[in-house]
Design a protein around this ligand. Structure first.
Ligand code: MTE
Length: 311
């Protein structure tokens, strides 16, 4: 996103815990002889991830380009709650706690629920899908996501007839997400929304893994949205709340800069962003320029849902 923001967002290095240090803290403590703490420090006996990855690939969804190298997809990120610097998100996520994690589903549903992530990830069968991924900033990737269709969860919670939209919200943890404090001008927590028929579309996934492994924090652990025919800003990360509503909920980027970021944000090469063309995209990592396709190449799956204006 290229919205002008004060440069005050840079946080001093001392406030950030590099992930390598964070991840090593257990070894360091054990090395110092804190063996008595083993019970406290050990991972939970049955991790949420045991045996889940890699999930079987669903070969229905094919790519017209090579997969983005894993290092680039997990090393260049947009996650403003940590920093606006794409290459440093991964170094700022160390203090973000993603276990335990609860996803609350509420609003106009017959079965409101609070899912513990460990249960959620086992409840709905996971599959791998190779999808194109197009950011509104005109860079693109091709990524193997692991997740489950949103429709599976929607069926379980059973929306009431009045439910027409779903609203999703990211975790709000200013102490763990340094970008929230350094960019107080954004209306945190991050919020996004889909129409119910968009959410029910077979392409819409709740994603928990990438490259055959659990999602790293910088990519939205433990659970995020992926809607491959829309610009990446729709794909909200680290979701804690899903609410079914009758009225169309606002979305963060549309609220902050409606002229630049549409509510639908369907990928449309013929509709330029006010400040740049959307006709072509740069493939990460070599920035090869290729044409952008209507609905990011997923027209056959989704075009029927929209009027001209919504595209
Ligand atoms: N979700 C939250 N909570 N915060 C963010 O800043 N950025 C969005 C989206 N989801 C964002 C978010 C944007 S602009 C993009 S392009 C994608 O996440 C980037 O996903 P990636 O880092 O996995 O490539």
């Amino acid at each position: 996103m290229l919205i002008k923001v004060p440069r005050g967002w840079e946080i001093p290095e001392r406030e950030a815990t590099p992930e390598s240090v964070y991840l090593r803290r257990r070894e360091v403590l054990q090395g110092l002889g804190f063996t008595g703490l083993t019970g406290l420090l050990a991972r939970k006996p049955l991790s949420a991830n045991t045996g889940l990855y890699p999930a079987k690939r669903n070969t229905k969804y094919i790519l017209d380009r090579e997969l983005t190298p894993e290092a680039a997809a997990i090393g260049i990120n947009n996650f403003y709650e940590f920093t606006l610097d794409k290459q440093r998100v991964k170094d700022r996520v160390g203090g973000f706690r993603v276990d335990p994690w609860t996803v609350e589903v509420k609003g106009l549903v017959n079965n409101p629920r609070k899912y513990d992530f460990d249960d959620l990830v086992r409840r709905f069968p996971l599959e791998e899908r190779l999808y194109r991924f197009r950011c509104v900033e005109a860079w693109a990737m091709a990524v193997p996501w692991t997740g489950f269709p949103i429709s599976a969860l929607i069926k379980e919670v059973d929306p009431k007839p009045k439910a027409k939209f779903i609203r999703m919200v990211t975790a709000y943890r200013p102490r763990e997400m340094p970008g929230i404090r350094s960019q107080p001008h954004y209306p945190w927590p991050y919020f996004e929304a889909l129409r119910l028929d968009e959410a029910m579309n077979e392409l819409s996934l709740f994603v928990t893994g990438i490259y055959g492994k659990p999602l790293p924090k910088q990519n939205g652990a433990p659970i995020r949205l992926i809607t491959p025919w829309k610009y990446g800003l729709k794909s909200i990360k680290s979701i804690v709340k899903i609410e079914f509503t009758a009225k169309r909920p606002p979305t963060l980027w549309n609220e902050v800069a409606g002229m630049e970021y549409g509510w639908y944000s369907n990928v449309n090469p013929a509709k330029p962003h006010p400040r740049w063309s959307q006709a072509r995209e740069k493939l990460i990592p070599h920035m090869t320029l290729v044409p952008t396709l209507p609905y990011n190449g997923y027209e056959e799956f989704v075009a029927g849902m929209y009027t001209g204006e919504e595209f």
